[in-house]
Write a protein that binds this ligand. Sequence first.
Ligand SMILES: Nc1nc2c(ncn2[C@@H]2O[C@H](COP(=O)(O)OP(=O)(O)OP(=O)(O)O)[C@@H](O)[C@H]2O)c(=O)[nH]1
Ligand SMILES: [Mg+2]
Length: 299
Amino acid sequence: MPQSPDTTYCGFVSIIGRPNVGKSTLLNAMMQEKLALVSHKANATRKRLNAIAMYKNAQIIFVDTPGLHEKEKLLNQFMLQEAIKAIGDSDLTLFLADARDSLNHYKEFLTMTKGETPHILVLNKIDQTTHADLLKKLSEYAQYQESFLELVSISATDASTLTTLFDAITKHLPEGPYLYDTDLLTTETTADIYKEFIREALFNGLSDEIPYESDVVVNEMNESPKLINIKATIIIEKDSQKGIIIGKKGATIKRIGQNARHTIETFAEKKVFLELFVKVKRGWSKNRRDLSEMGYEYD
Ligand SMILES: Nc1nc2c(ncn2[C@@H]2O[C@H](COP(=O)(O)OP(=O)(O)OP(=O)(O)O)[C@@H](O)[C@H]2O)c(=O)[nH]1
Ligand SMILES: [Mg+2]
């Protein structure tokens, strides 16, 4: 007699939390693949990113989101809206907190979601805290045990701490067929992923406000079996930023290009030829039309 297929579980799992708490690092770690931009600087992620992980008999579609924060700039409003939409669209939410954070971020999340969002509370960066401090924090969070489904502590930079989280997620996923091909890694286009890798190089290679006032447009991409040719433009807000990005004798843009190329080559497992241009688009991050042209569709 033919065996009936095993029960499968499938759902969208948004990763939510304040800026810099390690959401994108966690997404990459769960995927065992670098897909999302990671930076030591806050407010790095600007758009949702879907990544599809297979775990036992479950398909988990992780949704990385921009950090929950309040800033007036239009781009920041778009970012907040992205996170809120992701919560609404998902079957399960991971609320990520730094294990050293006060409980205020979590309280704000509960207020914002009116306590109606099924979520797993995840304490991250446990490598940065002592065992005693972690236990104290866990007991403080325990007063909210009616609100969360599970409380899990991890270090997103240490893959060996993630099994408990995977099991907790699977336990709370809805039963259902897989929505995507099991080989698919992400629903993003490769151009969008490469754009993020170039933005990562900008975030990690430039100081002050420039990362926040710059963006990247991939203009051209053609791929042969051994090589990818990419032409991309770095968009900045002010004329004065052009010289800084280019640097003395082009040294800065060369370094940014090398870092981005290296990340893209590791991902694509191919040689990459990356040509970067710089263009000033005054006040783009505060202008609704520019934002929407650059893929930040704000409503
Ligand atoms: N020590 C340590 N550092 C971590 C851990 N997880 C993330 N980080 C670091 O925290 C910083 C922020 O990580 P991201 O993943 O970019 O944080 P994010 O929450 O996505 O930030 P936004 O996109 O700005 O909201 C990076 O420097 C990471 O390397 C961890 O478990 N331990
Ligand atoms: Mg991020």
